[in-house]
Design a binder for this molecule. Structure first.
Ligand SMILES: [Zn+2]
Ligand SMILES: [Zn+2]
Length: 172
């Protein structure tokens, strides 16, 4: 969804998206459609984009490797500015960030790609540490059992060590 700056009225442009057309499907698996609201406003020579997003994504637990559902709920603001003509010359891509303010996106053309902003917010919103539960105990390093579901006997010191196997044989 590309919106030209001159299509944005003086009192702003507001809309919501309630399908998954904007979801970067090759990067995330989601359950059901997402819901986004977006507002675009002109301010001086800049465009302010403010938005919210809600999306149920399916992630894989870092510890037990099981899938679990996680709700992304993000609020964000992005400022768009046009590059000066002389800066366009050395520009390789559409987006060009400079300085330390990451929320400012510099554009070569006065067009805002709303879906790419939303996709970026999905990446930013994904948790760095993915756990199905704080209490997830992960997999047993000996037998691979999911310890949260069905605890195994490995941790009790039996079985894994060859000495224990010998001891068992001796006792039989
Ligand atoms: Zn887990
Ligand atoms: Zn085990």
């Amino acid at each position: 969804m590309r919106i030209k700056w001159d299509e944005i009225p003086a009192d702003g442009l507001f809309f919501s998206i309630d399908d998954d057309s904007w979801v970067p499907g090759h990067e995330v698996v989601c359950q059901g459609p997402g819901v986004c609201t977006v507002s675009l406003r002109k301010e001086g020579g800049r465009i302010l984009l403010a938005g919210t997003m809600r999306l149920l994504v399916v992630l894989e637990c870092d510890r037990c490797l099981e899938s679990f559902a996680h709700t992304l709920a993000e609020e964000f603001e992005v400022v768009f500015e046009l590059l000066a003509k002389e800066e366009k010359a050395g520009l390789a891509s559409e987006y060009f960030c400079k300085g330390s303010d990451l929320d400012v996106v510099y554009l070569a053309e006065p067009v805002v790609d709303v879906f790419s902003v939303l996709a970026q917010q999905v990446y930013l919103g994904l948790p760095a540490k993915r756990l199905c539960s704080d209490k997830c105990q992960g997999l047993c390093s000996e037998c691979g059992a999911n310890l949260s579901r069905c605890p195994c006997d490995c941790a009790r010191g039996a079985g894994a060590s060859p000495f224990n196997v010998l001891a068992k044989l001796k006792n039989q």
